[in-house]
Design a binder for this molecule. Structure first.
Ligand SMILES: [Zn+2]
Length: 344
C-alpha cells in the first residue's frame, strides 16, 4: 500500500506527489482555495474553480485543471477529482497507483451546500480523511433549523433597530450565508473580500437567489452585513453602534462557544465541514480497508477502530528533523490550527 506522510502538506513519497502543501512546491494538487491549503507553488493541479480562486488569492502559477470526474494519467499514477461540498470547486482527490485507489477528502461536508456542488462518496482502498469535528459533541442540528434560528435573530435585530452582522469566511461560508439570506429576501451587503469571491462564484456560473451590494458605511440601515470573522474587532464593525453580531461555526456545539468569541452576540452551528456522524458515515461508506485521519483530534481514529474499522491518525510532523525546522513548522502549524479551531 502507498506510504502516506505529512510534512507541511500531504505527501505520497513513492509517487513524489504533494497535496495541499502549505510550503511552496514544484508541483502540488490543491483540494480547495482556503488559505491553509494553498501556497506559492510553481505548478498546481486543481479544478477550474479552485484554479480561478487560487489566482485571485495567490496570483499566477502554472495551472493544470481537471473537471470533476475527468481522469488524467500521469504515468506512475492517475488523478480524478470528485466534489467535496466544502466550497465552490472543492475536490476530493482519487489517486490510482499500483492497483490501489487512494482518496484524499481535503475538507469535506456531506450535507447539501446551498452555494456549491454537493459531495459524493468515492469507494476506495485507502481513505485519507479530514476529521475536524471527529468528536460526538459535534453533531449539528439540521441546517434548516439553524437557518430558522438565523432568520429569527436577524428579524429580532431589525425590530430592535440594530444592524445584523453575520461573520463568515470570505470563501465558501460567506457565499452560503449570502444565499441563505437572499432566499429570505433580506437586503445583503458584503465586506470587500466576501464581495470579491462572490463575484468569482457568479463568473463561474453560480446563480444567487437575488442581488447583493458591496459594503458602504453610509448604507447599512435595513441591510445584513456579511464580513469575515477576523473583522469583528476592527473599526468597520466596532464603529456600528447598534450592531448584532452572529458567528457561523461548527464550534458553536462546544459548551464554551458563547465565551470563545469576544464581541459576538450569537454563535450558530453552521459549518462547511462534516459533523461527527457524517465523518463516521463517510469512513464506513467508502469501504476503505485503511483509513488515515488528519486535521483533527487523534481520538477520532480510535473511535473508528472501536467501530471495527482499520484507522490511524496521521501525525502532522515526523518525529525526526532538526530543531530549527521543527520550531518553524511548529510555529506555522500552531497558527493554522488556531485559524481552523476558531473559524471552521
Ligand atoms: Zn477549507
Amino acid at each position: 500500500m502507498l506510504r502516506v506522510e505529512y510534512s507541511d502538506g500531504l505527501y505520497l513519497p513513492e509517487l513524489d506527489l504533494w497535496l495541499d502543501a502549505d510550503a511552496p512546491r514544484e508541483r502540488c494538487v490543491i483540494s480547495h482555495g482556503h488559505s491553509d491549503h494553498i501556497a506559492e507553488h510553481r505548478s498546481i493541479i486543481a479544478t477550474p474553480e479552485t484554479a480561478r480562486i487560487f489566482r485571485h488569492r495567490r496570483g499566477e502559477a502554472q495551472m493544470e485543471t481537471l473537471r470533476y470526474g475527468e481522469r488524467r494519467d500521469y504515468g506512475r499514477f492517475a488523478l480524478t477529482f470528485f466534489p467535496a461540498g466544502h466550497c465552490l470547486g472543492s475536490a476530493q482527490v482519487l489517486v490510482e497507483a499500483d492497483n490501489e485507489r487512494l482518496v484524499y477528502t481535503g475538507d469535506i461536508k456531506l450535507r447539501p451546500n446551498v452555494a456549491a456542488e454537493n459531495a459524493v462518496i468515492v469507494p476506495c482502498d485507502t481513505l485519507v480523511m479530514e476529521s475536524t469535528f471527529g468528536d460526538p459533541i459535534y453533531r449539528f442540528p439540521p441546517d434548516v433549523a439553524t437557518f430558522a434560528r438565523l432568520y429569527a435573530a436577524i428579524d429580532r435585530a431589525f425590530s430592535d433597530d440594530r444592524v445584523p452582522v453575520v461573520l463568515a469566511y470570505a470563501l465558501g461560508k460567506g457565499q452560503e450565508a449570502l444565499e441563505i439570506l437572499l432566499r429570505r429576501d433580506y437586503r445583503v451587503t458584503l465586506h470587500g473580500s466576501v464581495w470579491n469571491v462572490s463575484e468569482i462564484y457568479r463568473e463561474l456560473g453560480v446563480e444567487f437567489s437575488g442581488a447583493y451590494e458591496k459594503y458602504n458605511r453610509e448604507h447599512l440601515r435595513g441591510r445584513v452585513l456579511i464580513a469575515p470573522p477576523g473583522c469583528r474587532k476592527q473599526a468597520m464593525i466596532t464603529n456600528i453602534e447598534r450592531r448584532y453580531v452572529i458567528m457561523l461555526t461548527g464550534w458553536a456545539m462546544h459548551k464554551s462557544a458563547p465565551y470563545m468569541y469576544k464581541g459576538v452576540d450569537l454563535v450558530l452551528p453552521l459549518s462547511d465541514h462534516a459533523d461527527f456522524d457524517e465523518l463516521v458515515h463517510l469512513a464506513r461508506a467508502s469501504q476503505a480497508e485503511r483509513i488515515i485521519t488528519m486535521h483533527g483530534a487523534p481520538k477520532f481514529a480510535a473511535t473508528l477502530r472501536e467501530l471495527g474499522l482499520n484507522a490511524e491518525h496521521l501525525a502532522h510532523f515526523p518525529e525526526s528533523g532538526n530543531a530549527k525546522t521543527t520550531k518553524k513548522r511548529g510555529t506555522k502549524r500552531a497558527s493554522t490550527t488556531v485559524e481552523r479551531t476558531l473559524f471552521s
